[in-house]
Design a binder for this molecule. Structure first.
Ligand SMILES: N[C@@H](CCC(=O)N[C@@H](CS)C(=O)NCC(=O)O)C(=O)O
Length: 211
């Protein structure tokens, strides 16, 4: 069994460090630095996978991208049911939240966060994305109101996928008055494996992104 993680500084690949640390799975890590001007991944990452994205993992020789798929597969191979609920009640919600993070939430959050660094979004796009961000964060806030985690009241892969986007939202001052969501993010930050992922991989968010 071999797991190689290609980790890009200030990126979603911290999710995978966190998950591997949470599971106690041994892995090798290859570090990549962003181009200081473009903030893009370096050409070396494109030699591993043509999309040149982080996270990229190589599991037993098979190359894979996409955080949600990577999280699902790593838990399937090396984790336990606690990180990926399999019972009929929690399984649908688990898969929904795991894929909601990158499928629906990441676009509006990331573009809203990046907007100021690229000269602003303009009133039409800014208004469209702003309303979307409000709806998405309200949805996540509701899910963790009176619940410790997104699904089944224990940490799952869905929380690990979600945390990066909440960190981006927090750095960009998008979290607003959502005490349940803030408390949930704080609970995630306090987990030893989360803290270890930051120690190993560096900060998840480029400080200047917060503005
Ligand atoms: N949906 C993908 C998104 C991957 C992605 O956009 N990663 C960013 C880092 S957070 C990246 O590799 N950026 C560098 C680049 O595009 O050059 C996932 O969740 O894995």
């Amino acid at each position: 069994m071999s797991v190689v993680l290609h980790h890009l500084e200030y990126s979603r690949s911290t999710r995978v460090i966190w998950l591997l640390e949470e599971m106690g799975t041994p892995y090798e890590m290859v570090r990549h630095q962003r181009d200081p001007q473009t903030f893009r991944a370096p050409p070396e990452l494109a030699q591993v996978h043509p999309l040149s994205k982080a996270p990229t993992v190589i599991i037993d020789g098979h190359v894979m991208v996409e955080s949600g798929a990577i999280i699902e597969y790593l838990i399937e191979r090396f984790g336990s049911e606690t990180l990926a609920p399999a019972n009929a009640k929690d399984r649908p919600a688990y898969l929904e939240w795991l894929h909601f993070a990158e499928g629906t939430m990441s676009g509006p959050i990331i573009f809203t966060a990046l907007g100021p660094r690229f000269g602003g979004l303009g009133p039409m796009l800014g208004g469209f994305l702003g309303a979307e961000v409000t709806k998405l964060l309200d949805h996540a806030d509701k899910a963790v109101t009176d619940h410790e985690f997104l699904v089944g009241d224990r940490l799952s892969g869905a929380d690990i996928n979600m945390a990066y986007l909440l960190e981006v939202a927090d750095a960009s001052k998008l979290l607003g008055e959502r005490p349940a969501l803030r408390a949930y993010l704080q609970r995630l930050r306090e987990r030893p494996a989360y803290q270890k992922s930051i120690e190993i991989g560096g900060p998840m968010i480029f400080a200047a992104m917060g503005g």
